[in-house]
Design a protein around this ligand. Structure first.
Ligand SMILES: [Zn+2]
Ligand SMILES: [Zn+2]
Length: 99
């Protein structure tokens, strides 16, 4: 999915626009570009985080998970590790999976 930077709307498909740029009268090549179907604005990719269901810019997701949920997962993991493992074991785990 995409979201418009200008009007903020979310849409599945970009619209193709054609624009004649350059000096008039000569044989201007139409410039083709893809933009928001509602206002022609610039856009960025968005996706829904599968954990919280919120919509995020795709570049902020890690393995499809948003930073909020990612932080929570790691905190839960750390709490779990605190309960289940001794300090020496935790040190080993941190070393092995690098969290
Ligand atoms: Zn728009
Ligand atoms: Zn999330």
């Amino acid at each position: 999915m995409f979201q418009c930077e200008d009007c903020g709307r979310v849409f599945r498909r970009l619209k193709r626009y054609r624009e004649n740029r350059g000096p008039t009268g000569e044989n201007p090549l139409p410039e083709i570009y893809w933009a928001c179907p509602f206002c022609g604005g610039a856009w960025f990719k968005v996706a829904d985080c599968p954990v919280c269901g919120e919509r995020w810019p795709e570049e902020q997701l890690t393995e499809g998970i948003c930073p909020d949920c990612g932080g929570m997962i790691l905190r839960q993991l750390a709490e779990l590790a605190d309960k289940e493992f001794s300090r020496e074991e935790r040190r080993y785990i941190r070393e092995m999976i690098q969290i």
